[in-house]
Design a protein around this ligand. Structure first.
Ligand code: SF4
Length: 488
């Protein structure tokens, strides 16, 4: 799909790449329907939870050092400030750098939502620029400004000369998509529009753009990439505006999760010819090796990559094989974003664990380039099938499935979900860190963590005995799609 950087507004994932939030069936059926174009998805007449996409979008932007994020909306929308604070201040401290990024809500009142408040917004932008001297300014809309048609684009255009740093309108109306990951695309679009510059002439780079969430494995990845004479540039956590302005010069773009990095990778490729590494991700042995080989191929470093793989295999494979003996035959249910659900399913299969049900918080039928997501393609090509559903973190559906299947473990990347599984008596593994299954070393650690979780069940058993769950027997006897409605 062509990426249009001349318009600050981008279409939602639902409209751009046919993403859905409701489905129950099998992995094979889901993939077959998406590849032949018949997949419609369902909505729910009862929904337990959801998240605003501005939380994803604006916290990504707030992760960039020394910028200002101005959220034009009522005070309630500034709940996003909590994740923005975490991404800017906590992450900077962890890395040992400083970030003077600020997040400002414009606190629209009732009057503003009727008559508009573009004049106030203009004053806020100028004051923020004067008071904080940010290196870039992101001006975001909200549901309220979207509904009344507040023209933030014109205000941004008007003040451009006065602020003299990159400034861009970010269309983050929470109501426009049920898929919070649309916020990632919105952030990427803003960065591509105003921050990224065309490559400088004569610059020869050995850099690889690496889109990730929290850069927790930064030192380790820098060391790995030294083996191939490559230098990773981690995005956007702790990035500087200067760094971002040159990512069009990199040798390639890769990401830890296709849901997070797909839009930026495709946009850089389409606009500046920076190749986007399209492979399964780095989780598990198969994923890590496939990813490294693709990097080797794209950057002309295959020999160095093969030498590294051979030496690491020798070190880790025998140990992984040893742990696998104890994992064989265990069963699992997963609940994660689609980027990870189908990648982690592959790793569990590698470890000999049977996935009985996988929930993806949404599902992208296709990625920006029109392909089925690589993690999904891998499972199909290898004839791996299991029951699957698409559920935007509806925990009541998770509980229904756990109760019916009684798996040996539940894995989720969202803590709210694992807590409920534990109260149900199911050992839960919180795959919080994006690098928890990265490469050989962490695959081994992950396998050992699973073993710990399934062997030491007393915590779950005790908690389950003492917890009264809000779900009735009636609900446990229902099909998980009881509240589904056909998509119109
Ligand atoms: S933008 Fe909309 S959905 Fe998001 S916090 Fe504000 S009102 Fe809620």
């Amino acid at each position: 799909m062509a990426i249009n950087l001349s318009n600050s507004n981008i279409a939602t994932r639902e409209n751009r790449i046919g993403s859905i939030t409701g489905y129950v069936g099998t992995l094979k059926d889901l993939a077959t329907q998406s590849s032949c174009g018949t997949l419609k998805g369902c909505s729910r007449c009862f929904s337990q939870s959801s998240t605003c996409l501005s939380s994803c979008g604006l916290s990504q932007l707030a992760a960039i050092r020394d910028v200002a994020v101005i959220h034009h909306g009522p005070a309630g929308c500034s709940v996003t400030g909590a994740s923005a604070y975490y991404m800017s201040k906590v992450m900077a401290k962890k890395r040992g750098v400083t970030s003077d990024t600020v997040y400002i809500g414009t606190d629209m009142n009732e009057n503003d939502t009727i008559f508009g408040s573009t004049e106030t917004l203009r004053k806020v932008i100028l004051e923020v620029n004067k008071r904080y001297s940010p290196k870039a300014i992101f001006v975001s809309s909200s549901c309220a400004t979207g509904i009344i048609g507040e023209d933030i684009d014109s205000i941004v255009e008007d003040v451009k000369e006065e602020v003299s740093v990159p400034i861009v309108a970010v269309h983050c109306e929470g109501f426009k998509s049920r898929i919070w990951a649309t916020g990632f695309d919105i952030a990427d679009h803003a960065v591509m529009q105003e921050i990224v510059q065309p490559p400088r002439e004569g610059v020869v780079s050995n850099k690889i753009n690496f889109k990730n969430f929290f850069e927790s494995a930064r030192p380790e990845i820098i060391e790995i990439f030294k083996n191939f004479d490559l230098e990773p540039v981690f995005l956007y956590c702790n990035s500087t505006v200067e760094e971002l302005s040159h990512i069009s010069e990199s040798l390639a773009t890769t990401c830890i999760c296709g849901t997070l990095g797909n839009y930026l990778g495709n946009a850089l490729e389409e606009k500046y010819g920076v190749p986007y590494i399209r492979s399964i991700n780095q989780c598990g042995i198969k994923g890590f090796e496939t990813w490294l080989r693709e990097i080797g191929k794209v950057t002309g470093r295959s020999e160095k990559v093969e030498a590294y793989i051979a030496s690491e295999r020798e070190k880790y494979l025998p140990q992984i094989e040893e742990v696998k003996k104890e994992l064989k035959g265990l069963t699992a249910v997963l609940g994660m974003g689609p980027g990870y659900t189908f990648e982690v399913s592959r790793v569990l299969d590698e470890l000999g664990i049977k996935v009985v049900w996988a929930l993806a918080w949404h599902y992208d039928k296709k990625y920006e380039n029109g392909d089925v997501p690589p993690s999904m393609k891998y499972l199909l090509d290898n004839d791996i099938n299991f029951e699957t559903s698409v559920s935007d973190q509806q925990n009541y559906e998770v509980m229904n499935i756990l109760n019916k299947y009684k798996p040996d473990m539940y894995l989720s990347r969202h803590p709210g979900s694992t807590v409920w599984a534990i109260k149900n008596g199911t050992p839960a593994i919180y795959v919080a860190d994006e690098y928890m299954i990265f490469g050989y070393k962490h695959t081994l650690e992950f396998a050992k963590s699973i073993l710990d979780a399934v062997k030491n069940r007393s915590f779950e058993e005790n908690l389950a005995r003492r917890s009264k769950l809000p779900y009735t027997d009636w609900w446990y006897k229902q099909n998980v799609d009881t509240f589904f409605e056909e998509a119109k």
